[in-house]
Design a protein around this ligand. Sequence first.
Ligand SMILES: CC[C@H](C(=O)O)C(=O)SCCNC(=O)CCNC(=O)[C@H](O)C(C)(C)COP(=O)(O)OP(=O)(O)OC[C@H]1O[C@@H](n2cnc3c(N)ncnc32)[C@H](O)[C@@H]1OP(=O)(O)O
Ligand SMILES: [Co+2]
Length: 134
Amino acid sequence: MDKIEHIGIAVKNLDASNELFRKLFGAPAYKMEEVLSEGVTTSFFKSGPNKIELLAGTNENSPITKFIEKKGEGIHHIAFAVDDIVAEIARLKSEGFTVLNEVPKKGADNKLVAFLHPKSSNGVLVELCQEIRD
Ligand SMILES: CC[C@H](C(=O)O)C(=O)SCCNC(=O)CCNC(=O)[C@H](O)C(C)(C)COP(=O)(O)OP(=O)(O)OC[C@H]1O[C@@H](n2cnc3c(N)ncnc32)[C@H](O)[C@@H]1OP(=O)(O)O
Ligand SMILES: [Co+2]
């Protein structure tokens, strides 16, 4: 795990939150992207070397919709950059973590991603992100 790649924040209304975070960071989102497979639409902000990912659910089954119903808006996950997501998944499995998708899937912002069940990581939803290299 090299560094925190982004922090994911679950929001009800992406337009309203885009404006709030534009004021917070003094700059607009640098990217907005829908990830159909996850039932989310996202916007990304840069805060110095860090990234913030705002996520809104696009359907009632979206993990974000369910999260907000249960816990309200707020920090949803922490994503870490990894060099080799397949190797990292194998390592974390061997260490006893519950990997929610053992086959990496396409995420936002040109990444392959995988998630650990929060119950196996002290109540924190952890995302692994590997840059998709052309
Ligand atoms: C990929 C695009 C983008 C990117 O960066 O590229 C994204 O980041 S997409 C982000 C959205 N996608 C996901 O979150 C996928 C992984 N998440 C899941 O598979 C589910 O959300 C899961 C398994 C974490 C929870 O599933 P579900 O909501 O069906 O189960 P429960 O509500 O019963 O939750 C079980 C248990 O976990 C607690 N929980 C749920 N979500 C979180 C969370 N984000 N952080 C911490 N804890 C969480 C929940 O409260 C339950 O605990 P309990 O003590 O039983 O209440
Ligand atoms: Co994310």
